[in-house]
Design a protein around this ligand. Structure first.
Ligand SMILES: Cc1cc2nc3c(=O)[nH]c(=O)nc-3n(C[C@H](O)[C@H](O)[C@H](O)COP(=O)(O)OP(=O)(O)OC[C@H]3O[C@@H](n4cnc5c(N)ncnc54)[C@H](O)[C@@H]3O)c2cc1C
Length: 402
């Protein structure tokens, strides 16, 4: 298959990876349509996340910085407290000096809505309520069929449909996410009883839980707690907020840190989820179909890199399809560029979640991952900068490792 006419790309999933991929492919001149199962903009996704400097760099290549910095709030430093509440470190976070590249804390729904809004603003079709059910890959194209009886045919199909990807199930049925050893609790505390320094995310190395919080400019604390133990049973929500608060407080009260007071004062809306990850070496592509984002390489949330990796994926994929003559060869090149980095993140993040890896070695070029990384700025990775730079051609192969 060669790129003769404008290639039509079907993107399944209108989350972070899917919308960012649509922005990148549209910028590169492709005909792209996004199909999202959720009937509206998926505002209901409760948890928050941090976009790291590498993710913000990818967004900038997609000209989407303004859309995303219109929501959430910036983070410029990382503070570490030990279980006695003593400050062990406090240092700049990532590329803090650059307003476009500094870390950002946002609710997941806000980020999705911002990226979907930007997709619509650029006139890229995004169909809500389109739940993919099956894919037929043939010599002349790939056809996606949806639960509402509609279908669409394109030259390529990108599966950006997240952790429980249907596209992954169709191309590689045996691969499923597994438990990474921790439950993750999320909550919000309005009028936070402890105000952190402005723009700071505070990580608490508690004796029973890894806790983190950042206080928004409006004074609301966004917090999470990662706790080891058995997974939640499949499909379980963990119960109402009062029950979740009751599970956390005895663990947090053991320490003299702000964590317990924050959880005590939290409103309703506490949620819990299992930390999950995909196995290394899973298949990412088959014929005209490619997986990206969490569908390909979901990692435990400990390094706080999943969304940033999805944004990087989008830029590298758009460049591969733009710069390499054969789209299927571009898929293969994309995988060669992305797999080592994405799998390094799965390994490191899973290691932190299981307690087998000290939370001080973020993936190269990711700077300090706030959900588990160290309180030290790291220089951005030069290879990554080149890989993401829109004006630089993507070579078929990544540079050889040192
Ligand atoms: C608890 C938790 C905390 C996290 N914290 C962070 C953090 O701090 N920083 C960070 O960078 N990352 C974090 N992550 C990871 C981050 O949320 C994911 O890596 C990121 O959302 C992946 O983006 P994605 O687009 O691949 O998947 P998603 O964001 O899940 O998007 C997938 C989309 O596909 C749609 N879809 C699914 N099935 C179908 C179908 N059959 N047909 C059509 N559409 C479909 C879904 O509705 C969804 O909109 C966290 C994750 C979790 C679970």
């Amino acid at each position: 298959m060669t790129r003769t006419a404008v290639t039509r790309v079907l993107v399944i999933g209108g989350g972070i990876a899917g919308t960012a991929t649509a922005l990148g492919l549209h910028k590169a001149g492709f005909d792209v349509t996004v199909f999202e199962s959720h009937p509206d903009s998926a505002e209901d996704i409760g948890a928050f996340l941090t976009l790291a400097s590498n993710g913000m760099r990818a967004l900038a290549q997609l000209d989407a910085t303004d859309a995303v910095t219109a929501v959430g709030f910036p983070l410029t430093s990382l503070r570490l407290l030990d279980h006695q509440g003593t400050e062990a470190a406090h240092a700049p976070l990532g590329e803090a000096a650059d307003p476009a590249l500094r870390y950002r804390c946002l609710r997941r729904g806000e980020l999705n809505a911002a990226l979907q809004g930007e997709t619509a603003r650029r006139g890229i079709p995004l169909r809500h309520g389109a739940r993919l059910e099956s894919v037929t890959d043939g010599p002349d194209g790939v056809t996606a069929r949806f639960a509402d009886g509609t279908s669409a045919t394109g030259d390529l199909l990108v599966g950006a449909d997240g952790l429980n990807s249907t596209v992954r199930r169709l191309i590689t049925p045996g691969v499923r996410p597994g438990y990474a050893g921790q439950r993750v609790y999320y909550g919000y505390t309005a009028a936070a009883p402890v105000a952190g320094p402005d723009g700071t995310i505070t990580m608490v190395r508690g004796s029973e839980a890894a806790f983190g919080y950042a206080v928004s400019p409006a004074g609301e604390a966004y917090w999470f707690a990662r706790v080891g133990g058995d997974p939640l049973p499949a499909g379980a929500s963990g119960g109402p907020s009062a029950a979740l608060r009751g599970q956390l407080l005895p663990l947090l009260r053991k320490d003299a840190t702000p964590a317990a007071d924050l959880v005590e004062a939290a409103g309703d809306g506490i949620t819990v989820t299992n930390a999950t990850e995909l196995p290394l070496g899973a298949t990412w592509r088959s014929g005209r179909v490619l997986l990206i984002g969490d569908a390909a390489h979901a990692a435990s949330p400990a390094t706080g890199q999943g969304a940033s990796m999805a944004l990087e994926d989008a830029v590298v994929l758009a460049k591969a399809l733009r710069d390499l003559p054969d789209p299927l060869g571009a898929f293969a090149a994309y995988e060669r560029h992305r797999r080592p980095r994405a799998e390094h993140n799965i390994t490191v993040s899973g290691g932190i979640s299981r307690g087998t890896h000290a939370p001080s070695r973020p993936a190269p070029g990711t700077a300090a991952g706030p959900a588990g990384g160290a309180a030290r700025p790291t220089a951005p990775d030069e290879d990554l900068i080149r890989q993401l730079a829109w004006d630089t051609a993507l070579p078929a192969d990544p540079p050889a490792a040192d």
